[in-house]
Design a protein around this ligand. Structure first.
Ligand code: SF4
Length: 508
């Protein structure tokens, strides 16, 4: 019988969540470094360089890899011979207390992203609780915890299908992956769960993402069974799609494919697929009664010597004098360095603006989008002498339905976000001769270095979703949709799928 202290589980969870907020797993970094070395697409290589540079800065500065510090998911195995010493909380409450402690840590405050009443008021719980916890009671005398902070952008792209028993899983992935877009911030991993029931397949897919990346080793030694062969087949097929880093077109879309399976009904073949993003964050620890877990800092010499710098061809743009004519001159793929003032806003601010207009009211005092750019971002709160915490882009497609309204009614010239825009937004951009610029998802701390001042101008009650005014210097973005409606997220993957030449390109 082992005795575990409540405080040891709480502190171990808090420490693990702080650790993964700024340390990428080394296996992810090494696989990404290999992808960087092999990448031939200049746009994708630039994006990977930003992610690698950001990763090193976060590891050194102990600040979050991404502004989205995730929803906490834990898989906990409790040994049947464990007893709890003076426990006043349930294991779920202990884990939530650890989450609270980690996210409110004054030295590295993490962004609280969890809202309760998800179908209604969607109120932020302010401390990122509750976590999603899965328990298993197992033989033994330890408590084993695998814990992750899963980004919303990648979680939103989860897929489930009930295939016919004879259907090909590889074919389903090839059909499904392009439709998921790049909001999951590739290059990352695919977690795939096969079998069981509908909910079991999804749980297996999530649990599979807790495994380390070892595709290079698997390819070298060769598959030992059918599932390992399937991993390789899906890996090859996914990368042959040419989606590339950030959906810009390139050789590396996934760094590994992890699969877990379970027996299923003879009539069923349930398959869950959950991607993990550029902010892959998970840790594993075991409590054996000897105290709180200690996670050793990684050896930073295992990070590649990649230091991102702006391309020499990047054009500097003065945001304080921006005109519609200048915006109309930008071409897809142009690299820009933004200088001057821009406004921010994301889901809740757009909804509030739409509601104001629907009631015949105007924008709040101090909010003027005329000849401005809006940045879709929800930054981490600053600590110490920071102007703002990590502040990378959020998925732009969620703002697609508001784009025509914003461009038609506010005088807005352009938007910054991550990943592609959908047809409705692209048509609005073309109609208003506007533009959409993309910043690299998963490079939030690097991007935040360009922000020289920050102030809230409206909707302060929305917290990280408030409208801020940022003064930026040399903020790096790429033109993703130009004033004619041409999109790099359409042309890039098509070009690279053709170049890789394993899957025929069909023009939609
Ligand atoms: S890397 Fe992308 S998907 Fe992942 S947490 Fe950050 S913004 Fe979200």
């Amino acid at each position: 019988m082992t005795t575990i202290k409540q405080e040891d589980l709480i502190q171990s969870v808090a420490d693990a969540l702080q650790y993964i907020s700024y340390y990428h797993p080394v296996d992810y970094i090494e696989a990404l470094a290999d992808a960087y070395a092999a990448e031939e697409s200049p746009a994708a290589k630039d994006a990977i360089a930003q992610i690698l540079t950001n990763s090193r800065m976060c590891a050194e500065g102990h600040r979050p890899i991404c502004q989205d510090t995730g929803i906490v998911v834990a898989f906990v195995r409790i040994g049947m011979d464990v007893r709890w010493d003076d426990a006043t909380m349930s294991p779920t409450d202990m884990i939530n207390e650890g989450v609270r402690r980690a996210y409110l840590d004054p030295d590295n405050t993490l962004r609280a992203s969890i809202v309760d009443d998800p179908a209604g008021a969607r109120r932020n719980t302010r401390d990122n609780t509750p976590a999603v916890v899965h328990f298993e009671l197992v033989p033994g005398n330890t408590v084993d915890v695998r814990i992750a902070a899963k980004g919303g952008g990648s979680e939103n792209k989860a897929e489930f299908v009930m295939l016919n028993p004879s259907d090909s899983i590889v074919d389903w992935v090839v059909r499904t992956l392009p439709a998921m877009g790049a909001g999951w911030c590739p290059p990352g991993m695919l977690g795939i769960g096969i079998g069981g029931s509908a909910e079991k397949a999804m749980l297996l897919a999530k649990e599979a993402l807790m495994q380390p990346i070892d595709m290079a080793m698997l390819r070298k030694r060769g598959p030992a069974n059918g599932l390992e062969q399937l991993r390789i087949d899906i890996f090859d097929a996914a990368n042959a799609l040419g989606i590339g880093a950030q959906g810009l077109g390139g050789l590396s879309t996934v760094l590994d494919v992890k699969i877990l399976d379970y027996p299923t009904h003879a009539a069923s073949k349930p398959v869950g697929m959950i991607p993990n993003c550029a902010a892959t964050r998970h840790a594993h620890f075991t409590l054996d009664g000897s105290g709180a877990a200690r996670l050793a800092p990684p050896d930073l010499t295992r990070w590649p010597d990649v230091r991102w710098a702006p391309a020499p061809t990047a054009k500097r743009v003065d945001l304080n004098r921006l005109t519609r004519e200048e915006v109309a001159g930008w071409k897809p793929g142009d690299r820009l360095l933004l200088c001057g003032k821009l406004l921010t806003g994301r889901d809740a601010a757009h909804k509030r603006i739409a509601d104001l207009f629907a009631r015949g009211e105007s924008l709040p005092p101090g909010v003027d989008f005329t000849n401005r750019i809006i940045y879709y971002v929800g930054p981490v709160d600053p600590v110490r002498d920071e102007v703002v915490g990590p502040a990378g882009p959020t998925t732009a497609t969620r703002m697609d339905k508001f784009t025509d309204m914003m461009l038609a009614r506010t005088g807005l010239l352009a938007m910054i976000g991550k990943a592609e825009r959908g047809p409705v937004a692209i048509e609005a951009i073309r109609k208003h001769r506007a533009a959409y610029l993309m910043a690299v998802g998963g490079a939030a701390y690097l991007v935040s270095q360009a922000i020289k001042s920050s102030r809230i101008v409206a909707f302060a009650d929305l917290g990280m979703e408030a409208i801020y005014e940022f003064d930026v210097r040399d903020m790096p973005v790429t033109v993703a949709v130009d004033a004619t409606g041409s999109s790099v997220h359409r042309t890039g993957p098509r070009e690279w799928q053709q170049r890789i030449g394993k899957i025929p390109v069909t023009v939609a």
